[in-house]
Design a protein around this ligand. Structure first.
Ligand code: F6R
Length: 601
């Protein structure tokens, strides 16, 4: 949530910050701004809306000799998206950008008003900026002022700060929000994420909570608590320049849906080459706990199905935002698996820290190298989706499902419920056939037809049994996120316990029925809906005659052996959401109110 970038060097700071903000826009895109240091002093430009709007404004200013600056793209927490609430905030002495939430901003505002400060924004950030101004006036020392500022703050923050007295220097401090310092030649950076400076340098320092950094074009100083100078490890990112090409696709989301076969194969290849814990690790596990948020949780629920089904080990699942506050019951032979694409989701990270404090094994399934969740877990299973730019997650979800399947099979082997040969043949089948299977879904023309029906309605329901129930949850989330059509997902047998009262003539009900085990049961549930006027769109294998005959429209997936069906059905529901949103003319890659990385709880 919110992206920060800062630059100091010989390059054009306004251009470098603008391109960095484009790369950070996935973190929030309701408003943007930057403060640039030029020979004529600090200049601030802000706008409501996208970075492209900011870019136009910045270009029109034609800054001369812009050698340093800080920029921000916002996901609103306090105050509506507007120019006045956009960052940077501050005074003639100091400007700052912020990612996080200042929880005690109301008290700070009251206190600062008594010192004569007038607030012209609704943000929590302005309180932090004024507090820093006040401290700086007293201390006349930047580092001391920042150290004093953070003593006043409750909540989470990563700040990029510029003092008017030191216009070539960026200061930074963080707590519970990510902040990296990029090291270039005669230029240095700060950013919320490596991607913002990867086109300039792969070398970076990771700032830790409470550390204060002072950055000029030629020097980086980091101070620990008590003002002690620290010499931090320099890390090298192993990602390439971020691909911003859509490669002929109309949207990133569509491109990423089409990248799924390769992403799943890459993940399987990587994990099968010794990059995940072996069977010994899983041998003594008595109970699995899985926690995550949103789409990652849906992958976790499918993981629960796999682990219970293949390994016969009980699995408890809990959303991370609940898990972290519920005093979970954990025993010494339990393991807690945490799933996260970004590796920095605030609730998932807090859940991890809670488990770590209890000395219970943690295993994270993460897509982002070196992210906080990966670093703080005992063991990491890296998924290999690559960068996902569309806010709605697609390929990151399918690789999480693949990783959960591999985890389930390893556990099954460890528990002697399956031989290595049996496990390998399931994985091998997926590896060799996923491309063919998903291609047939990509070429389906019924998906677009079904999306026409959905796009004309206000309410949609998903039903399914077993793992299809969880795929329904994911399909429902995707549809809501990008088409803004209200949708709910139910276990198929549960609909009649209340929600069926909402079914009226023509209400679309998407029945995901990919497991023959449940055909007879879900067929009955479909009949129940049909007799109340519901319009059935099913997602089922080509040979699922029982389902097809009760469907108004059937989206067919290949008859492939069962292991591939969750993947092909996932692609079908993603495309259904995509085409529905497209028909409605929505902003598919950047849906309203959302951000890709949720670093506030
Ligand atoms: C939905 C989506 C979100 C994320 C959730 C967790 O398309 O992307 O629901 O899955 O915010 O994010 P990560 O996986 O980064 O922890």
């Amino acid at each position: 949530m919110c992206g920060i970038i800062g630059y100091t060097g010989y390059g054009d700071a306004s251009e470098i910050i603008t391109s960095g903000l484009h790369l950070l826009e996935y973190r929030g895109y309701d408003s943007a701004g930057m403060t640039i240091c030029t020979d004529s002093g600090l200049m601030t430009v802000k706008t409501e809306g996208r970075v492209s709007e900011l870019e136009k404004k910045v270009k029109s200013k034609q800054f001369k000799n812009a050698f340093c600056g800080i920029g921000h793209t916002r996901w609103a927490t306090h105050g509506e998206p507007s120019e006045k609430n956009a960052h940077p905030h501050g005074t003639g002495n100091v400007m700052l950008v912020h990612n996080g939430i200042i929880e005690n901003c109301a008290e700070l505002r009251q206190m600062l008003k008594k010192h004569g400060y007038r607030f012209d924004s609704d943000t929590d950030t302005q309180a932090a900026a004024y507090m820093l101004d006040l401290e700086y006036k007293e201390e006349k020392d930047s580092i001391k002022a920042i150290a004093d500022l953070i003593k006043h703050l409750k909540g989470s923050y990563a700040f990029g700060i510029i003092f008017a007295d030191e216009p070539d220097t960026i200061y930074s401090v963080k707590k519970d929000s990510p902040l990296l310092i990029g090291i270039g030649e005669n230029e240095n950076f700060i950013a919320s994420d490596i991607s913002a400076f990867i086109n300039h340098t792969k070398k970076y320092i990771r700032l830790c909570d409470g550390e204060i950094a002072r950055i000029t074009k030629s020097d980086i100083e980091v101070y620990g608590t008590g003002g002690k100078r620290l010499f931090k490890d320099i890390e090298t990112a192993d990602i390439g320049a971020v691909e911003l090409e859509k490669k002929g696709f109309e949207h990133y989301m569509l491109k990423e849906i089409y990248e799924q076969p390769e992403a799943v194969r890459k993940t399987i290849r990587f994990l099968s080459n010794g990059n995940m814990p072996d069977t010994r690790y899983f041998k003594d596990i008595e109970v699995f706990h899985i926690t995550a948020c949103g789409t990652a949780m849906h992958a976790g629920l499918i993981g629960k199905y796999f682990i219970e089904n293949f390994a016969r080990v009980p699995v408890y699942t809990e959303l991370a935002g609940e898990f972290r506050y519920k005093n979970p019951i954990l025993s010494k032979n339990d393991i807690v698996a945490l799933i996260s694409q970004s590796g920095e989701t605030a609730d998932t990270l807090a859940a991890l820290r809670l488990v770590n404090s209890r000395n219970i094994k943690t295993l994270s399934i993460v897509n982002t190298d070196g992210s906080a969740i990966a670093r703080e877990s005992d063991n990491v299973i890296y998924t290999k989706a690559g960068t996902e730019i569309a806010v709605a997650s697609t390929k990151a979800f399918t690789v999480q499902v693949a990783a959960m399947l591999l985890t389930a099979l390893k556990t099954a082997e460890a528990k002697e419920k399956m031989t290595k040969g049996e496990a390998d043949s399931i994985i091998g089948y997926i590896y060799n056939n996923i491309e063919r299977s998903l291609l047939s879904v990509f070429h389906s023309d019924t998906i677009e037809k079904a999306s026409e029906i959905i796009s004309a309605r206000h309410d949609v329901f998903f039903i399914g049994r077993g793992y299809d129930n969880y795929l329904g949850m994911e399909g429902s989330l995707k549809l809501k996120e990008i088409s803004y059509i209200h949708s709910e997902a139910y276990a198929a047998g549960e609909l009649k316990h209340g929600t069926i009262s909402l079914i009226e003539k023509g209400t679309p009900v998407i029945a995901i029925a990919t497991d023959e085990l449940y055909y007879d049961k879900i067929k009955n549930n479909i009949e129940e809906v049909k007799s109340r006027g519901g319009y059935i769109i099913s997602v089922c294998p080509e040979n699922a005659e029982k389902i097809k005959e009760v469907s108004d429209t059937a989206i067919l997936i290949p008859n492939d052996d069962k292991p591939l069906r969750p993947f092909s059905a996932a692609a079908a529901i993603q495309l259904l959401a995509y085409h529905t949103a497209k028909k409605l003319g929505k902003d598919i890659d950047k849906p309203r109110n959302l951000a890709k990385s949720v670093t506030v709880e």
